[in-house]
Design a protein around this ligand. Structure first.
Ligand SMILES: Nc1ncnc2c1ncn2[C@@H]1O[C@H](COP(=O)(O)OP(=O)(O)O)[C@@H](O)[C@H]1O
Ligand SMILES: [Mg+2]
Length: 253
């Protein structure tokens, strides 16, 4: 498992400074959530950690500078991006096929993952035959089967209704607890961040930087009912709605 170390990261697109002097340490196996207003650079930060974009400064994963995309560091996006012509089972086994796993191991692991995300019996369904929430379960299974050292999730549940979202959050927690990856989850949902993460980082925009860091040590999933979560939520929303960020956080407020 790998931790993440980011020091003085700045990212510009032409004249626009998207990220300025970002410092972030994520311990190996830690679950960090990042919340912030739209456009503050959250996706850009994930892409830089994933090696899909470059900035100036140091970005280390597992102690090594990120040079480019690495199959041990997986990025899961909001759009589940399953292959429509492959079944549930075939979508999940894509990575193992590319890596040439022996068929017996592949089948065994695919079935384990299908069971872990509660999709037993749907092995031979195509994406258009199952719901959006089920497709996103397939995405999680497809990511976790590769036993990623680092899992980067960019608003993975953004398009789902509240109940499906709660269900997927629990699936994600279970998979993370089973497989222990280092996770960075970007979400616009403060409550989701507080329910899932060990540490919540709050960003502000223009240029994107961290405005706050909150460690949450309450046990999951019981913390959903803890009064501390309610207090932390209003503290984070206050931070997101500070006057100097008011223009950018209209949605969050
Ligand atoms: N490839 C790009 N070229 C130019 N500007 C970009 C590019 N990608 C993102 N940006 C700009 O960078 C800023 C941050 O974008 P993004 O990281 O997507 O924010 P977030 O994910 O927090 O909503 C936005 O102003 C966006 O327009
Ligand atoms: Mg984004």
């Amino acid at each position: 498992m790998s931790g993440i170390d980011i020091k003085n990261l700045t990212k510009r697109y032409g004249a626009l400074t998207v990220l300025k002097d970002i410092n972030l340490t994520v311990r190996a196996g830690e679950f960090v959530a990042i919340v912030g207003p739209s456009g503050c650079g959250k996706s850009t930060l994930l892409k830089i950690i994933a090696g899909l974009e470059k900035g100036s400064g140091d970005v280390l994963v597992g102690g090594r500078p990120v040079q480019g995309p690495d199959s041990r560091h997986i990025l899961v996006l909001q759009e589940h991006a399953l292959y429509p012509w492959r079944t549930v089972e075939e979508n999940i086994s894509l990575g193992p096929e590319i890596q040439g796993w022996p068929e017996a191991k592949r089948k065994e692991r695919v079935n384990q993952l299908i069971e872990a995300v509660g999709l037993s019996g749907f092995n031979h369904y195509y994406p258009h035959q199952i719901s959006g929430g089920m497709c996103q379960r397939v995405s999680l299974a497809r990511a976790f089967i590769m036993e990623p050292e680092v899992l980067l999730l960019d608003e993975p549940f953004g398009a789902l209704d509240a109940l499906t979202r709660m269900d997927l959050q629990q699936q994600l927690l279970r998979l993370w607890q089973m497989r222990s990856a280092t996770v960075v989850l970007v979400t616009h949902d403060v409550e989701e961040a507080l329910l899932l993460a060990d540490t919540v980082m709050v960003m502000e925009g223009h240029p994107g930087r961290f405005a706050g860091r909150f460690a949450i040590s309450l046990p999951r999933p019981e913390r959903r009912r803890a009064s501390e979560i309610v207090n932390l939520k209003s503290e984070i929303l206050d931070l997101l709605c500070r006057p100097n960020a008011a223009m950018l956080t209209a949605q969050a407020c």
